[in-house]
Design a protein around this ligand. Structure first.
Ligand code: 0A1
Ligand code: ZN
Length: 870
């Protein structure tokens, strides 16, 4: 039984720190199991002479104050409390020991392969040495690293290298100084025997910045895309946000064992190797895209996160929502803006909406947490980015950029709150009133807009009635209405946007950009001079992150699919029609799919004016999660079968056209990583998936696999073969394995594609794959690729026998003993708990209760699962 309930931290309890650590000089004597850490801090008291330092899993060796041994301290509950300290500035010296090799949680200083590396956000630094480990303590760090020269020729930390040299016994040292004061979560240290590629970037003011990407030896050729992405990011941030890099060196290090995507440590980013390494033979287009976007994201943090940081961890969305918005805009400026927006929203709906509708639902600024690591969520990041996007929609690009300038003018070098961000946006824009808008920070849940329309032919008036409501979420039974920017267009019968004029309201000023402000529970907008019945294009570009329900007819959707001037809504209209049909099929097995929809789908397929990538996304069916969202107790197997049936029907109806598109896209062309080429491969992969369901094309995927010259084509064909159990599947899996078994990133794809198949053989397959030598439970990427993919496999996780969820519960226990963050991610598979059928719910309840009550369970898993059961 669990004996102690973990402590809950509350935003309302925030207190400013009692001391400030002005500077810290660190000295590391690196050793696998007994690394010595010497820390010398210059400290200014702010309030009182008792100082509390955080420290976890540390062996304390000695404490000195102003050079004298000091014994007035006690260590309890991971806090070192020092009492009777001087009331003037003083120096504190601490010597402690840590064991990086035993650090399988990958939090603090640890070993990945042969190298030492660190991860300190949010609270990892306290696992390196005793410190005021909170983001509102900003210190200047100097680091001396001492290590064996042969095993660790590269010794890296933040800032500038100021000294290096050889020592006795085959050791050497390096000293780094970071002139920018920063919180400990941005501190980094790396030591290893690495390969490096180098470049330079000339900033807009003419400074040369040295750029380095460090990778395992032999991977140099795979790191050029990351380097190019870094240069593009630096240039883009100068152009779009007028932000210039501030140090003379920027380093990226790729590591195989990492809990997340990457980390923005000042001047020394540490990356999951999945977001650095790419070649056409080993990486899919989505990986190339992902690398560009994550390299951008970490780079953009240099201003939004590092120069201006968070006061406390409840403010996490201050840096993450804003930086995701910036990386989304970067990707949109460099690729197809429409497709980027569609993919971002697809991602939001597939992962954030369910999070917000389930037991983990929290506002983008949470009020409490047990384990901060559980709050690096889709809500803080992606919904946070949607909230920033709404400022942008309300203020326009110029107004938004004025707000950004003001933000840096007021807060550079400080640790601030989301309210400070809102303040900057407001004062830069004639004191824009964001008071109601601020509810987006405090209220959880996805708002629902119910919209009815009416056309009065005689009066030439069109009336739009919008009703908003937000479902109750844990701890928030009732909600106040939000202020949302709502972009709309009224289309005439030729498909052109009508000029908008509101009859009943004075807020006309944003109408020329089609912007309405929704503020009250119910709003009515009466448009005048509407000469024919219009088709309304609602919530264009997904300007408000909501669930939309309207009285638009199937004919309206077909019209929008063909004519809307907003690409997002062209896509969305197709999704709405497809969803309607899937729902009807679920209700009635014999439902005849709507002819209108089949025709509209075909028109998109045959439209030569649509670019390939946009075509592929428009033709894709809604995800299983989209379908399940509106069902109380979803039957995933039935959803899978309904989707499958619809997909086959469409493919068979258009098999000739599909075959011709496939042939056109199969002519030899040079491999390029640009939007056009990636779009062509995407459409070709989509068409291959369609054709593979047609009897006469069952061999096509194997053919495509055999002749593939890049990983995108290879994985497209392999996943079709696995999912449809097509001829050649087993040989292809074997050939793939033999070719790539030494490349862990490629093996992650191989594991994942097999664990994702809805087929009932998947369960046994996964058990077998866990024994394969390419699998390692200590590496989060591998856990996610195999066990995580199975946990996200809705059909198999929810298998009628309960075997799927019992297996995942067992894996949560096993992984938790190694890496609580990795285990906590797996625990997310049970977020559907309240929507499970009764017999499965019973099974889940027994499994989860046992985990929650166990003394061995980490805070991370405890917090997630106790909320799930509540
Ligand atoms: N700040 C990083 C994300 C990150 C968070 C926590 C980590 O370890 C527990 C690692 C990375 C980002 O937004 O990219
Ligand atoms: Zn981030």
């Amino acid at each position: 039984m669990k004996t102690e309930t973990p402590v809950v931290k509350y935003l309302a309890d925030y207190k400013a720190p009692t001391h400030k650590i002005e500077t810290v000089d660190l000295e590391f004597h690196l050793d696998d199991t007994q690394t010595q850490v010497f820390s010398k801090m210059k400290i200014t008291p702010v309030n009182g002479n008792t100082l509390e330092l955080n420290g976890e899993e540390l062996k304390l060796k000695s404490v000195k104050v102003n050079g004298e041994e000091f014994s007035n301290y006690k260590e309890e509950n991971e806090i070192l409390t020092l009492t009777g300290l001087p009331s003037e500035a003083f120096t504190l010296e601490i010597h402690n020991e840590i064991n990086p090799k035993a650090n399988t949680a990958l939090d603090g200083l640890y070993k990945s392969g042969g190298m030492f590396c660190s991860q300190n956000e949010p609270e990892g630094f306290r696992r390196i040495t005793y410190f005021i480990d909170r983001p509102d303590n900003l210190s200047v760090f100097t680091t001396k690293i001492i290590a064996d020269k042969k095993d660790y020729p590269f010794l890296l930390s933040n800032g500038n290298l100021i000294e290096s040299g050889d020592l006795e016994d085959g050791k050497h040292f390096a000293v780094w100084n970071d002139p920018f004061a920063k919180p400990a979560y941005l501190y980094a240290l790396v030591a290893g025997d690495l390969a490096v590629i180098e470049d330079t970037f000339k900033t807009k003011s003419g400074r040369d910045v040295k750029l380095q990407v460090f990778v395992d030896k032999g991977n140099e050729e795979k790191s050029h895309h990351a380097m190019e992405s870094l240069k593009k990011s630096m240039k883009w941030d100068e152009k779009r946000f007028r932000l210039e890099y501030d140090l003379d060196i920027y380093m990226i290090v790729a590591v195989d064992s990492f809990n997340m995507g990457a980390m923005e440590n000042k001047g020394l980013n540490i990356f999951n190797s999945a977001y650095v390494l790419a070649s056409k033979e080993t990486a899919e287009d989505r990986n190339f895209f992902g690398i560009e976007s994550v390299v951008g994201h970490e780079y953009f943090h240099n201003w939004t996160g590092n120069r201006v940081t968070c006061r406390d961890w409840f403010q996490l969305t201050l840096k993450e929502g804003l930086t995701v918005f910036r990386d989304q805009e970067f990707s949109a400026d460099l690729n197809s803006r429409s497709v980027c927006r569609i993919n971002d929203v697809r991602n939001l709906k597939a992962a954030q909406f369910p999070e917000d509708a389930g037991p983990q639902s929290h506002p983008i600024q949470p009020k409490s947490y047990i384990e901060m690591n559980n709050f690096y969520t889709m809500t803080i990041y992606e919904k946070g980015a949607e909230v920033i996007r709404m400022y942008h929609t309300l203020l326009g690009e110029e107004g938004f950029q004025r707000g950004m300038d003001k933000y840096f003018e007021l807060y550079d070098g400080q640790a601030v709150t989301t309210a400070d961000f809102t303040h900057a946006m407001s004062v830069a824009n004639d004191n824009y009133d964001f008071s109601q808008f601020r509810r987006w920070y405090d209220q959880a849940g996805t708002p629902v807009l119910d919209i009815t329309t009416k056309y009065d032919e005689a009066a030439k008036e069109f009336t739009l009635t919008v009703n908003q409501s937000t479902p109750a979420t844990p701890g928030q039974p009732t909600k106040e209405p939000f202020h949302m920017p709502f972009l709309l267009g009224l289309l005439d019968s030729a498909g052109n946007d009508m000029t908008l004029a509101l009859k009943n309201r004075d807020d006309q000023n944003d109408l020329d950009r089609g912007l309405l402000h929704i503020k009250a529970d119910t709003e009515t907008f009466v448009f005048a001079n509407v000469n024919e019945r219009p088709v309304a294009s609602l919530n264009r570009n997904f300007s408000a992150p909501v669930v939309l329900r309207s009285d638009l007819t199937d004919e309206d959707f077909v019209f929008l699919m063909a004519n809307d001037n907003d690409d997002f809504n062209r896509y969305e209209a197709g999704q709405a029609l497809a969803l309607k049909n899937i729902h009807a099929m679920l209700k009635d097995e014999n439902h005849q799919v709507d002819e209108l929809f089949i025709k509209a789908w075909g028109s998109i397929l045959n439209d030569n004016n649509i670019d390939e990538e946009f075509k592929a996304v428009c033709l894709s069916l809604p995800s299983m999660i989209d379908v399940a969202a509106t069902i109380d107790i979803p039957n995933y197997r039935a959803i899978h079968e309904a989707k499958d049936k619809l997909f086959k029907l469409l493919a068979n109806t258009y098999k000739l056209e599909l075959a011709s598109i496939y042939n056109d896209l199969s002519t030899e062309r040079p491999f390029k990583v640009d939007a056009k080429a990636m779009g062509e491969r995407k459409l070709r992969g989509f068409v291959l998936a369609c054709l593979s369901t047609v009897e006469e094309h069952k061999e096509l995927a194997r053919e495509c696999f055999k002749y593939a010259t890049n990983m995108t084509d290879m994985m497209n064909s392999l996943s079709v073969m696995v999912n449809e159990n097509l001829p050649g599947c087993q040989e292809s899996l074997k050939e793939f394995y033999d070719k790539f078994k030494d490349q862990t990133l490629v093996m992650q794809k191989w594991l994942s594609v097999q664990a994702s198949s809805c087929d009932d053989t998947t369960f046994d397959k996964v058990q077998e794959l866990m024994k394969d030598e390419v699998f390692d439970m200590n590496v989060p990427n591998l856990v996610s690729a195999l066990i995580g993919s199975f946990a996200r496999n809705k059909v198999q996780f929810n298998h009628e026998s309960g075997r799927g969820m019992k297996f995942i519960a067992e894996m949560i226990r096993k992984v938790d003993a190694i890496n609580p963050q990795s285990a906590s991610r797996l625990a997310g598979a049970f977020n559907d708990y309240r929507k499970m059928p009764a017999d499965l719910k019973e099974i889940a309840k027994a499994e989860l209760t046992a985990i929650v009550e166990s003394d061995k369970t980490s805070k991370n898993v405890y917090e997630k699962l106790s909320k799930t059961l509540n």
